[in-house]
Design a binder for this molecule. Structure first.
Ligand code: F0G
Length: 460
């Protein structure tokens, strides 16, 4: 028999979590106007809102926290991080930032201008927000297979080269400052991008003289899928695959709150010295001096160690194994999820799960509220509320998929938590026919509305 997946660590410290009752939760979610972001965390039993900054650090990372160098300039911890990033990614220059969107803000301040087009595979919402805030457009060139949750494809994060070439031909290098490859592609379900696709994107982009950047938030998970699914790399180490992946880019933005295995942090890594200097100016204004970028020295040190741990095969096998374990249980119950199972989360296909709830009543949000009421589990809607309104027409945008994302924090929950989540969803699935109405918006902000939206139950 093959040995099953198992955690590559053991526990040294625990944190108690409160298991509330259904009637408490019914009252709490109504008080919070049906926005799961508004719930205080002690009212959540299993928090799957995000895998960002919610993981557990290792003993080695905590010891780095104690020995971090807090010097304003020239900190030893900065150099430790810079060397780690250089070795891991091959990029020469490093600018720390306080998180991923801050890296986007700094890089895009230098590169993205009004009227620009930024093609890529489904851009994450803050990325898109930073592009649209500058009156530029993000063009989604993800392969069509990604938009059907039931099609099995090993690399659903891949970029469709004909869509990309169309954008290149229409707008050219004058209007396209760069193409952005997000690894793994969060919005399409934590789906990986293959090296083959990255190579093709790079060749096409070179032909049109357009730089390629990575959004590397989950680069290590992407590398794991490459090792598992792309024959050429089956015998490569994760670190070697990571180096190969980034060798096709001019730079990257990073939310270290994911595959950096830290609770806060981010960075930009670049090859061009000129661009580094330009970004540095914005970095100093927005984030802090070049060698800390909004982070404490101890954060930089813990991140350097985290990047090392996140790119070790046994860790990734346990990490992805836990998500597959949950996904396979849901599939056994007949629950429609995005397939193949992604790297950091399970994405439930709410249009198939709740076919009676009309799209304008937000089926994925409706399912998220049901799951909270059922078991105190908090997921997040990746659907129409998140997709927001078109910046010009102000109409609701209906994405092809309406998903409830259950993001699994790294090294945080146990197998019994996965069993609990699966049973909670099965209970709702068994009574899905009774759920016929969703919610309507009573208040929303003009940008990134999902964080603060207020809702009320739609009357029958
Ligand atoms: N890029 C990707 C692919 C992301 O998933 C995120 C964040 C960011 C950039 C922004 O990074 O949060 O550090 O500023 N994703 C989180 C999530 C919030 O829940 O998926 P950040």
């Amino acid at each position: 028999m093959d040995l099953p997946y198992t955690e590559s660590y053991r526990i040294k410290m625990v944190e108690e979590i409160y298991q509330s009752t259904p009637s408490e939760r019914e009252q709490w979610i109504e008080e919070k106007e049906f926005n799961l972001f508004n719930l205080e965390s002690q009212k959540v039993f299993i928090d799957l809102l995000t895998d960002s900054g919610t993981g557990a650090m290792s003993d080695k990372q905590w010891s780095e926290m104690m020995t971090g160098d807090e010097s304003y300039a020239g900190s030893r911890s900065f150099h430790q991080l810079k060397e780690t990033v250089q070795k891991l990614t091959g990029f020469r220059h490093l600018l720390p930032t306080h998180q991923g969107r801050a890296a986007e803000n700094v890089l895009f301040s230098a590169l993205v201008k009004e009227g620009h087009i930024v093609p890529g595979n489904s851009h994450f919402d803050t990325t898109k927000g930073h592009i649209e805030f500058r009156k530029a457009h993000a063009v989604d060139c993800t392969i069509d297979e990604a938009f059907d949750s039931q099609i099995i494809h090993p690399f659903k994060g891949n970029i469709d080269l004909s869509k990309l070439e169309k954008a290149y031909q229409e707008h050219g290098k004058e209007k396209i400052p760069f193409t952005l490859i997000t690894v793994t592609c969060n919005t399409s379900g934590g789906q990986p991008v293959s090296i083959e696709n990255i190579r093709e994107v790079k060749a096409l982009s070179d032909h049109y003289q357009i730089p390629v950047f990575f959004d590397g938030a989950r680069f290590a998970e992407n590398a794991y899928f490459i090792k598992e699914r792309e024959v050429e790399f089956a015998d490569w180490s994760i670190k070697a695959i990571v180096r190969e992946m980034f060798s096709y880019g001019d730079g990257m933005t990073m939310s270290a709150k994911k595959d950096g295995l830290v609770n806060i942090g981010g960075f930009i890594a670049l090859n061009s010295e000129e661009l580094y200097k330009e970004c540095g100016n914005f970095g100093i204004i927005y984030e802090g001096y070049l060698s800390y970028g909004g982070l404490a020295g101890r954060d930089l040190a813990a991140l350097a160690q985290g990047l090392h741990e996140a790119t070790e095969y046994p860790y990734l096998k346990a990490r992805i194994g836990q998500i597959e374990y949950l996904g396979n249980q849901l599939l056994a119950y007949g629950i429609p999820i995005q397939q193949p199972i992604g790297g950091h989360a399970i994405f439930i296909d709410a249009l198939r799960f709740l076919p009676h709830v009309p799209r304008e009543e937000f089926p994925a949000q409706t399912l998220g509220i049901e799951l909270y009421k059922e078991a105190g589990i908090r997921g997040v809607e990746i659907g129409t509320i998140l997709a927001d309104r078109d910046p010009e027409t102000r109409e609701n945008r209906y994405p092809k998929l309406e998903l409830l994302r259950l993001a699994i924090p790294r090294r945080t929950y146990l197998q019994s938590h996965m069993d609990y989540i699966a049973v909670a969803l099965k209970n709702i699935f068994d009574r899905r026919e009774l759920i016929k109405t969703g919610y309507e918006i009573t208040w929303e902000s003009p940008i990134l509305r999902h964080f603060t939206v207020k809702l009320k139950k739609k009357k029958k």
